[in-house]
Design a protein around this ligand. Structure first.
Ligand code: GLY
Length: 380
């Protein structure tokens, strides 16, 4: 399956389960002082979770452009050095919104878990013996209980030895220092070779940072609001919030060892290879630089297309820093001594024109902004 087919299959699957497909919200968040960039698919529904606004739809699915470069969720320093973190990434998500006046409205753990399993194993056909799931073990300090319901639901689908317990750090998801949160149940995939799997049980590598034993999907069961004083209060209703890393899912389905080997990143890497005369795979340093460039151009281009220009403060400064990180790698390791990064924009705009047309529609403007920023940083 191509990445476009994988994305479409996800949306079609949840549409067939009566979900309304909505567009991605912009990457740049306006009007929420707790958040600069969209860091999860659920951000645009925050007021529905909190009960500040009634939910417009009971069930929703989408692919959301996310950026994890600041605040509670920040992966910037990992990007390029490893093969599975990104600044900008797509998060596939499905949601169910409860109703404070109707305890039977919406679905909860049973359906979310059953559909996640159905999609991964019956539709995408990921082998069951490569998957592990985690369940929240509870946390005494916060007076949070073991998630028995998820544990029971999973037992209907997966070999019991593949259900692992997880602590608050890994299995209690929070949007930020404040806001909607709840216990979560993650799905991890083991993409190592047969020999490696024989040698070391995948179970002990879950949540240890192994590049081929990685989380692909998080099912969050929203039940609480973290308040500014640090306490948890019950939400008026219970909700489902899921997030699946699209690039990681593509790596798993396309049987690659790195997100950058999928058809999402290969066109950009091929172009960088052609322009630099350096082959991807020829050295660790140049590989990291190519990964940094092919990742960072996405964050920069999509954020500018969503209305945030590089500048000296707040969100604008974060974008400037990401662009400068890319320039440093391209100058130092790939020998681009004149502005180069802006030239990756048209390729990206074409690649995503069906799913995120906002970049395609503004590609000349975006390219010009990036070029000027590169010129002013390198004084060229
Ligand atoms: N909100 C679910 C996640 O980001 O993992």
């Amino acid at each position: 399956m191509t990445s476009s087919e994988i994305r479409k299959t996800f949306l079609d699957f949840f549409q067939s389960k009566q979900h309304t497909i909505v567009p991605s919200a912009p990457i740049v968040v306006k009007g929420d002082p707790t958040l600069m960039f969209t860091n999860a698919g659920m951000n645009q529904f925050k007021d529905w979770f909190l009960g500040n606004q009634p939910a417009k739809y009971r069930r929703v699915a989408d692919t959301q452009k996310c950026l994890r470069v600041s605040g509670k969720h920040n992966d910037l320093e990992e990007v390029g050095v490893d093969t599975y973190h990104h600044t900008m990434f797509e998060m596939l998500g499905n949601w169910s919104f409860g109703d404070p006046n109707d305890p039977n409205a919406g679905y909860f753990k049973k359906e979310a878990i059953a559909w996640a399993w159905e999609l991964l194993t019956e539709v995408y056909k990921l082998p069951k013996d490569r998957l592990y799931v985690t369940v929240f073990e509870g946390d005494k300090k916060e007076n949070l209980h073991f998630d028995e319901e998820s544990n029971t639901c999973w037992k209907q689908h997966i070999d019991h030895s593949r259900i692992l317990m997880g602590n608050k750090k890994d299995n209690f998801w929070e949007m930020g220092d404040t806001g909607p949160c709840g216990p979560c149940s993650e799905i991890h995939v083991d993409l190592r070779s047969k020999e490696e799997r024989k040698q070391t049980d995948g179970k002990i590598l879950v949540n240890t940072g192994h590049p081929l034993v990685i989380e692909i999907w998080n099912n969050v069961f929203m039940e609480f609001n973290r308040k500014a004083d640090g306490t948890l209060e019950k939400l008026p209703a219970r909700h489902v919030d899921t997030g699946m890393g699209f690039e990681r899912l593509c790596m798993a389905i396309q049987q690659k060892k790195s997100n950058y080997d999928t058809d999402i990143f290969q066109p950009t890497i091929n172009y960088i290879e052609a322009m630099s005369g350096i082959k991807y795979g020829s050295s660790e340093q140049t590989d990291i630089a190519m990964r940094v460039l092919s990742d960072h151009i996405r964050a920069i281009a999509f954020t500018i297309a969503d209305g945030q220009l590089p500048s000296n403060n707040k969100a604008g400064y974060v974008i400037r820093r990401i662009l400068r990180r890319a320039v440093r790698y391209s100058f130092t390791y790939l020998n681009f001594k004149t502005p180069f990064i802006h030239r990756l924009t048209p390729l990206l705009a074409d690649q995503f024109k069906e799913v995120f047309p906002e970049l395609f529609e503004q590609k000349d403007f975006v390219q010009k902004v990036i070029k000027e920023e590169e010129q002013s940083f390198t004084h060229s």
